[in-house]
Design a protein around this ligand. Structure first.
Ligand code: NAD
Length: 320
């Protein structure tokens, strides 16, 4: 049943892909009260039916929200389309074959969203997220601001969690970012890391908690990079924290919050990089990326960003 009449303030989110990530995101989104209408689409009709039933049975406990299965026609008036659809790697299948398959899936969905004259934002989550954001942007034909990837929002959260634990400071008083590829070449931006309002370079020498903070930094940075591998080895896939990261991105878009988030965005000369999607600090609102913050990265960080860009450009080139 439709709970609220459609109006310009009606907040509709369409999620394509009802697997672990898509369903967990819907669950977290429903609890957040951010959306009026959550529409789930998947090529596996039984799965989408089951996920929707399981979610709607929670309606007495959620803030008021419609949750339903849908079709591509739902793209037309969505404020946000989140793509988590993808194929899993089959035995014997190479990474490149999987990349081509997922590029076909995500590119096809982006083209369909555009064909319904959607005025919203496309948020790509399917991995490899930076390459697939690029594919979705090209296939949609949209302005670069409106097609983004979840990028390193999750990795930045993992980074903040580890710093918080290590420094013994509430995670909400730790501001820290991972940039670049959502993958092995991502890196910590220590020059932008801030604990309790103090830059980490000033904080570490006066904090009595550890003696070898330079070594600790390397360990923390590597642990962030290894997080996904560790979780996948333990339980098969990751979905809770990414679901929450997606809700944070959604909040900034639906509520025009101008939050600074490290989503994957197409660069057009920022940081001396062109024609590739990767994570940099972006100001997010209802029109997508309204501004890229040109943070004063140091030369090592700029090199790391260029390295990520080169790796991603190679992956994009391998698709043609
Ligand atoms: N970017 C991130 O931070 C991040 C984090 C975790 C997972 N992921 C990625 O998210 C993706 C989804 O992960 P998951 O664990 O939910 O996988 P999953 O296999 O559980 O779900 C994928 C779903 O996509 C559906 N699907 C495939 N092709 C489709 C199509 N053409 N149209 C509609 N639906 C289609 C499948 O039926 C399946 O239900 C993966 O690519 C994963 O690597 C990204």
């Amino acid at each position: 049943m439709k709970i609220r009449e459609q109006s310009e303030h009606f907040r509709k989110v369409v999620v394509v892909g009802a697997g672990s990530v898509g369903a967990t995101y819907c669950y977290a989104l429903a609890q957040s009260g951010l959306a009026d209408d959550i529409v789930l689409i998947d090529r596996n009709q039984d799965l989408v039916k089951g996920q929707v039933l399981d979610l709607v049975h929670g309606q007495p406990f959620f803030p008021t929200v419609n949750i339903r299965s849908g079709s591509s026609e739902d793209f037309s008036d969505a404020q946000l389309v989140v793509i988590t659809a993808g194929a899993a790697q089959k035995p014997g299948e190479t990474r490149l074959q999987l990349l081509r398959k997922n590029a076909g899936i995500v590119g096809g969905i982006a083209e369909e969203v555009a064909s319904f004259n959607c005025r919203g934002v496309i948020l790509v989550v399917t991995n490899p997220v930076d390459v697939l954001t690029y594919v979705a942007l090209k296939r949609s034909g949209w302005d670069r601001s409106r097609v983004i990837g979840s990028g390193t929002v999750l990795d930045s959260a993992r980074f903040r969690h580890l710093l918080s634990n290590f420094c013994g400071i509430d995670v909400h008083n730790v501001h820290a970012y991972f940039l670049g590829e959502h993958g092995d070449s991502e890196f910590a931006v220590w020059s932008m890391t801030n604990v309790a309002g103090i830059s980490i370079d000033e904080y570490c020498p006066v904090c009595a908690k550890c003696t070898d903070w330079q070594k600790q930094r390397l360990l923390i940075e590597q642990e962030v990079r290894d997080s996904a591998y560790y979780i996948i080895n333990s339980k098969g896939s990751t979905y809770f924290a990414v679901g929450l990261a997606l809700v944070k991105i959604t909040a900034s878009i639906l509520r025009r919050q101008n939050s600074v988030l490290t989503v994957s965005a197409m660069l057009g000369g920022e940081f001396g990089i062109n024609d590739v999607c990767l994570s940099v600090p972006c100001v997010l609102s209802d029109k997508g990326v309204v501004r890229i913050i040109k943070s004063p990265l140091n030369s090592k960080e700029l090199d790391s960003l260029s390295r990520s860009a080169s790796i991603l450009k190679e992956a994009i080139a391998s698709l043609s």
